[in-house]
Ligand binder design. Structure first.
Ligand SMILES: O=C(O)CCC(=O)C(=O)O
Length: 493
């Protein structure tokens, strides 16, 4: 029996969409969309593609041949994913060019003797930062994940900390390349982040399942999900699978698909395809990331429960396992959101305090910052109940100390640049972050130390109080919003 297709992913001309419309229609509602018209000036579409639309594979061998990449063997399953091997780009391209068919592609999806190789998760931007082949479209710019990883290690394991190790330095900006017939099994994305994927050439077929239906692709114990939705899925093991209603999408060359948080999807390359994709999170899907971490943490704990009594540092082991399996642990996430809270607070404080000095109305930016801080607070409130985060020495950090760190300054500059792009500038004059940081000197009076979510909420409350005083003095219609956030906090406590 075939899949139950309930509809197709909407296609929209990205040139006719504003950022606020994109937020309202897709980020907030967590709905997928295909955007057209956003890749016209990408160098990748010229350098990497012949005029007839085929990938210029020789270009890759000639320019990036020595790069070491992860390649999936689409014909063999290993645990929950395809088996991966490492090879050079040249080796991968040689394999592709030697394919038996005259059109240079694999003959069908599976069941072919020929090993079906698919280059995945190539950290291209990280490896070739000076060769700018694309610009991230406006809609996907507010990307806290990659902004953070540009300057901060994600997992600072005190037992095993190396500045250069893979987890520490990676980003989530990738290139994918595969011949017709290569594919990606059913999955939801890392951290339950958002993702976008742009076809530089070729064509992909997507099948997507909304989060409200995802339980249907799991087995009775809710442990394993279906691997390949086109295989013979046994009803006994996956009793809900046939009820699932899928969204389908054929993504053409020069189109970008937005995949929202928590949507399961399976992808097939219908032609030889090169794509660029990013994973990211921001205020709108932060709670998705938190929920996933809690679920994975509980599973990691349950898995080793039987050695709890003989383990010196059971909690530490759980956190290390969580970081290894999920890509970050609870502490990493807490440190990350603390820094984004500080960065958003600094901007908010600066904008409200100097409200009348800006040449452009800062209110839209202020409103955006308030939304961000509301989401950050909501997540911090959820985190409060997590025992492993209450009073953790490992995360103890002085707010002023963070503000003085160069990587934090870089984060603030990047975030400010992002907001200028997505919301608009507040001034014709160049933004001077140094002044903003100096303005925060009032914090010295409080000597804030943040070691758990409760402390973080206290800092946010304190700065919002200050900001609230300024805004009421200056008649900015902001105070009611701040009171709303506070009353939300109070009734949740
Ligand atoms: O293009 C593919 O093969 C898979 C991409 C994907 O799953 C994703 O971007 O989340």
């Amino acid at each position: 029996m075939g899949l139950n297709i309930g509809g197709h992913v909407e296609k929209v001309n990205g040139k006719e969409l504003s950022y606020s419309e994109f937020v309202k229609r897709y980020l907030e509602k967590n709905q997928p969309v295909v955007l057209t018209g956003l890749m016209d000036d990408w160098k990748a579409c010229r350098d990497w593609v012949y005029e007839n639309g085929n990938p210029n594979l020789h270009y890759f061998s000639a320019h990036f041949g020595k790069s070491r990449v992860q390649v999936a063997d689409c014909g063999s399953k290993e645990f929950t994913d395809q088996k991966r091997v490492e090879m050079s780009v040249s080796e991968f391209i040689d394999h592709w060019l030697k394919l038996p068919k005259e059109d240079g592609s694999y003959s069908n999806r599976q069941g072919n003797d020929q090993t079906v190789l698919y280059l995945k998760d190539w950290h291209f931007v990280k490896e070739y930062p000076d060769y700018v082949v694309y610009t991230t479209p406006l809609f996907f710019r507010d990307d806290w994940l990659n902004i953070y990883l540009d300057g901060h290690p994600m997992h600072r394991d005190p037992h095993n900390y190396q500045k250069t190790n893979e987890i520490n330095c990676s980003d989530y900006r990738f290139v994918y390349m595969g011949a017709k017939g290569t594919w990606t099994p059913l999955h939801a994305d890392v951290f339950r982040s958002y993702s976008w994927s742009a076809n530089v050439c070729g064509k992909k077929q997507w099948h997507l399942l909304s989060p409200s239906q995802c339980h249907l692709v799991f087995d009775r114990n809710m442990k394993n999900s279906v691997y390949d939705i086109f295989a013979d899925v046994p009803e006994k093991k996956f009793p809900g699978f046939r009820e699932a209603i899928w969204l389908e999408c054929t993504q053409e060359r020069n189109e970008i698909i937005f995949v929202p948080s928590g949507w399961y999807h399976q992808v097939h390359n219908l032609e030889d395809t090169i794509s660029i994709n990013h994973n990211w999170f921001n205020a709108y899907n932060l709670s998705w990331v938190w929920e996933l971490l809690v679920k994975d943490y509980n599973e990691a704990k349950e898995y080793i429960e039987d050695i709890r009594d003989i383990c010196d540092d059971f909690e530490g082991l759980c956190q290390r396992n969580l970081a290894a399996n999920t890509g970050m642990n609870l502490l990493d996430f807490f440190i990350c959101i603390s820094r984004f809270s500080f960065a958003n607070l600094i901007q908010l404080y600066h904008l409200v305090r100097n409200y009348s000095n800006f040449t452009r109305d800062p209110l839209p930016r202020i409103q955006y910052l308030i939304i961000n801080l509301t989401c950050l607070c909501k997540v911090a409130l959820k985190m409060e109940s997590m025992e492993s985060l209450s009073g953790n020495e490992a995360t103890l950090v002085g707010v002023l100390e963070v503000i003085g760190q160069s990587e934090f300054l870089d984060l603030c500059i990047a975030l400010n640049g992002t907001y200028e792009t997505v919301i608009g500038p507040t001034s014709d004059i160049n933004y001077s972050l140094g002044n903003n940081l100096v303005e925060m000197d009032f914090m010295e009076d409080y000597d804030f130390k943040v070691s758990n979510p409760k402390d973080l909420i206290t800092v946010i409350e304190c700065v919002l109080n200050k900001v609230g005083c300024f805004s009421s003095n200056k008649n900015i219609n902001l105070f009611s919003k701040l009171s709303d956030i506070k009353s939300q906090w109070l009734c949740k406590r």
